[in-house]
Design a protein around this ligand. Structure first.
Ligand code: ISE
Length: 325
């Protein structure tokens, strides 16, 4: 059985997802590509049908499941259309621009009594993060005390304005903290550089552990994501980005990626394969649910509202519906 996947969005992530669906995803094929610009859609569609209206793609009889990689502001409406059509959907993060839109998605799934949505928090499928979690859960370093995160981009994309540092970028760390440590966030304190970037973010978690994050969207030299867990018996860190090391003229050099696609290429592939497997087998995977997407957006919204206060922000979180327990 091969799942016919419809892809919405033919930008940077759409191209990557199209490549993954065409080349690295057994049991699925690219059956449709939608972009407002049909030429862009055609450039990645191959033999797949081209759409310019995403709602037509979602409604099409020829599409079994949908992958959303269009701009953040379109996610909530398109996810709602997939739930209404009862089609599984893998939506790039964030699930929605506002917590209210995300809450309505959760409500729509609860009404159906079934879950259709996976949110593309792909670090959950990165081999390094997966191993970090396996070792932590196997008690390799004792009780977790601190999670240190680094999240650096060479230059913030031009569409990234104001709050998006938190709602589009720091959401990854929010998701990693919750998934990796299996706990919720209690409070957050953010210190922002005068020019708005970088930020230092200190978080207290419900299980008593803490987390620090350096979020730097214009560090110039390249893209870097790193994490180190400190337990009461040892530490575990992610491996460095695998790059050949060149020795020449008294120097040793290695490449640094320029964006997240090469850094997380394996994670994106594993995420899509796992999503397709969960559709064909009915077995849930460890991807982020609509509930995870909602909580992450809700936290990001609370932080974005108060991030310049330089005060501890106490988070208020709703209780989890039974569908997501
Ligand atoms: C971008 O939108 C992503 O999702 C990347 O994974 C993240 O690292 C980057 O900071 C965001 O801008």
């Amino acid at each position: 059985m091969s799942i016919a996947v419809g892809l919405i969005g033919a930008g940077v992530m759409g191209k990557e997802h199209g490549r993954i669906l065409s080349m690295y995803t057994p049991n699925a094929h690219l059956a449709g590509v939608c972009d407002f610009d049909p030429e862009k859609a055609r450039s990645i569609a191959g033999k797949a049908n081209v759409f310019t209206d995403p709602l037509d793609l979602i409604a099409s009889q020829d599409i079994d499941a949908v992958l959303i990689a269009s701009p953040d502001s379109t996610h909530a409406e398109l996810v709602q259309a997939c739930i209404a059509a009862e089609k599984p959907v893998l939506c790039e993060k964030p699930l929605a621009m506002t917590a209210e839109q995300a809450r309505l998605i959760v409500e729509a799934e609860c009404k159906k009594g079934r879950s259709f949505v996976q949110v593309g928090y792909m670090r959950r499928f990165d081999p390094g993060y997966v191993e970090l979690k396996r070792l932590l859960d196997a008690d390799a370093i004792g009780k977790p005390e601190i999670l240190h995160n680094l999240h650096r981009n060479p230059v913030a994309p031009d569409w990234m304005t104001g709050d998006m540092l938190i709602t589009n970028a720091f959401v990854h760390e929010i998701d990693v903290m919750r998934w990796l440590m299996g706990t919720e966030l209690d409070s957050v304190r953010i210190t922002v550089a005068e020019k708005g970037d970088p930020m230092l973010i200190v978080t207290r978690l419900t299980n008593g552990a803490m987390s620090s994050t350096e979020l730097y969207m214009n560090c110039k030299f390249g893209y870097q994501v790193h994490a180190e867990l400190v337990g009461d018996e040892g530490t575990i860190a992610l491996p460095d980005f695998a790059s050949p090391i060149v020795n020449k003229s008294g120097c040793r050099t290695a490449n640094v990626p320029l964006n997240w696609v090469p850094r997380f290429v394996e994670a994106y592939q594993a995420q899509t394969r796992s999503w397709v497997h969960s559709i064909t087998s009915g077995v849930p995977n460890h991807g982020a649910t609509a509930w995870d997407g909602y909580i992450t957006t809700l936290i990001a919204e609370q932080l974005a509202e108060q991030c310049n206060s330089d005060q501890t922000i106490l988070l208020g979180l709703p209780s989890r519906p039974s569908l997501y327990r």
